[in-house]
Design a protein around this ligand. Structure first.
Ligand SMILES: Nc1nc2c(ncn2[C@@H]2O[C@H](COP(=O)(O)OP(=O)(O)OP(=O)(O)O)[C@@H](O)[C@H]2O)c(=O)[nH]1
Length: 234
């Protein structure tokens, strides 16, 4: 029988081609897929990690960036504990679209959802969005901020582990039951979860960055990697 303390749902959104699927693959499978095709609808993958001594199951939803799938992907926002909004640091239009994505999030996600802005593809040398610009945007919108490279595995583990750690903190501060799907609830996954975040934590407000959340010793946590392709578009 599976044994875990919390199940957290993490949803990745952002323009087509920013690297959402590659980030998920890098984290769950430890690889950078060659010739990654566009996501159709929504996929999800599961990884069990150990954070702060707790076994945590992460259900990671990878949504299609293409406009034509928007009505499908929107329906996955509501049950997310964390939303990762991804842009490509070498592609200005993906950054310019962020306000549109935030409007979507505001409309469809839980108001207390943990939001993380991620600038991906830091390995590229044709950067168009300086780190400070991304950081400032995140600060303005009360989001965490991190730059990553799915290709070079930079900050990818850190991204997901720190989200897990933050969600654990939130869950614990809310009595351990309302901010997460607990093991007891896992059989009845209703999709509507009462997130209990009081606000973005002071840590987030101060740093607007995943740094400072005090992780980093779990890089080698053994994870159960499972894959379940649930493409729903077409
Ligand atoms: N250089 C570089 N390329 C990347 C990185 N991450 C993804 N890519 C490339 O960017 C392209 C798109 O990656 P995907 O992961 O499919 O992008 P996506 O955001 O999932 O796209 P949709 O499924 O259409 O929404 C692919 O050619 C990847 O190889 C990265 O960190 N560095």
């Amino acid at each position: 029988m599976e044994d875990y303390k919390f199940l957290f749902k993490i949803v990745l959104v952002g323009n087509a081609g920013v690297g959402k699927t590659c980030l998920v693959r890098r984290f769950t499978q430890g690889l950078f897929p060659p010739g990654q095709g566009a996501t159709i609808g929504v996929d999800f993958m599961i990884k069990t990690v150990e954070v702060e001594g707790e076994k945590i199951k992460l259900q990671i939803w990878d949504t299609a960036g293409q406009e034509r799938f928007r009505s499908i992907t929107q329906s996955y926002y509501r049950s997310a504990h964390a939303l990762i909004l991804v842009y490509d640091i070498s592609c200005q239009p993906t950054f310019d679209c962020l306000p549109d994505w935030l409007r979507e999030i505001q409309e469809y996600a839980n108001i207390k959802v943990l939001k993380i802005l991620v600038g991906n593809k830091t390995d590229r040398h044709d950067r168009e969005i300086p780190t400070e610009v991304g950081h400032y945007f995140a600060k303005q919108h009360e989001m965490y901020f991190l730059e990553t490279s799915a290709k070079e595995a930079e900050n990818v583990e850190r991204l997901f582990y720190e989200i897990a750690a933050e969600l654990i903190d939130q869950a614990r501060s809310k009595d351990g039951s309302s901010a997460a799907t607990t093991a007891a609830q896992r059989q009845t996954d209703s999709g509507s979860i009462g997130l209990g975040f009081s606000s973005l934590s002071a840590k987030a407000a101060q740093s607007n960055c995943c740094s400072g959340l005090g992780l980093g010793n779990n890089d080698n946590a053994s994870g159960t990697v499972g894959s379940n392709n649930t493409s729903q578009g077409g």
